[in-house]
Design a protein around this ligand. Structure first.
Ligand code: AMP
Length: 224
């Protein structure tokens, strides 16, 4: 099962991705997570990517495209994968489609979580990352996934870890706007990538505005 998931930063894409990963038993490959892990470990890739990420810009395609295409060759991807955060622009969509054609692979689902830009921005600023598992959803502005208060401190609502933090790029309004400029650009940006697949394969669109439970129910209904 090969799946792409699209949605602006703040649409709940990561949360829905974690649920899809569980449902289909495929690895959840998140470009942003791979970059952040490399930055933490101070690898060559991480050092190259850091400045772009801090400014809310895309890491150049010549770094990102081979990184993802290589990742899809790994052993755990044999039975399928869920790609999240890639492709992010039209050029990456074309590179992916070409690589899939060459490998004789097809896309089973392309999912788009649609959300208004202003709503997405507010949600990003409330997002908190759990150090134990970045798939534990916590957001101080969304009631359904609010972190829990314990001894005057906010802790992860899933595992209780007190290691909750905001990503620096989530608190930077300029960087958020830049990321959204890229996502909502339907000429060469991410929406152009979605449209590229819309012309080739079925794109399943769900409204990202309701709560997590409603969005995942709507998605589950469309996936069956
Ligand atoms: P995310 O966690 O998806 O918000 O990604 C964080 C940052 O990683 C983005 O703002 C970009 O700087 C970089 N990034 C993630 N995915 C890509 C991609 N497909 N192409 C280029 N840069 C990316």
């Amino acid at each position: 099962m090969n799946i792409l998931i699209f949605g602006p930063n703040g649409s709940g894409k990561g949360t829905q991705g974690a649920l899809i990963k569980k449902r289909f038993g495929v690895p959840h490959i998140e470009t942003g997570v791979i970059f952040r892990e490399n930055i933490k470990k101070q690898t060559e890739l991480g050092n190259k990517a850091r400045g772009f990420i801090d400014r809310g810009e895309l890491v150049p395609d010549e770094i990102t495209v081979p990184m993802i295409l290589n990742r899809l060759q790994e052993e755990d991807c044999k039975a399928g994968w869920l790609l999240d955060g890639f492709p992010r622009n039209l050029a990456q969509a074309e590179a992916l489609a070409e690589a899939l054609d060459k490998a004789g692979m097809k896309l089973d689902y392309v999912i788009e979580i649609a959300l208004a830009r202003e709503t997405a921005k507010n949600r990003i600023m409330g997002r908190r990352i759990c150090a134990v598992d970045n798939n534990h959803p916590n957001n101080i502005f969304i009631d359904a996934i609010k972190p829990v208060e314990k001894d005057g401190k906010l802790v992860c609502r899933v595992c209780g870890s007190d290691q909750l933090s905001a990503r620096a790029d989530d608190q930077d309004e300029g960087a958020i706007n830049k990321r959204h400029d890229i996502y909502y650009d339907n000429q060469t940006g991410t929406l152009a990538a979605v449209n590229y697949f819309r012309n080739r394969t079925r794109v399943i669109e769900v409204d990202g505005a309701p709560g997590v439970g409603e969005v995942s129910a709507a998605l589950a209904a469309k996936l069956s």
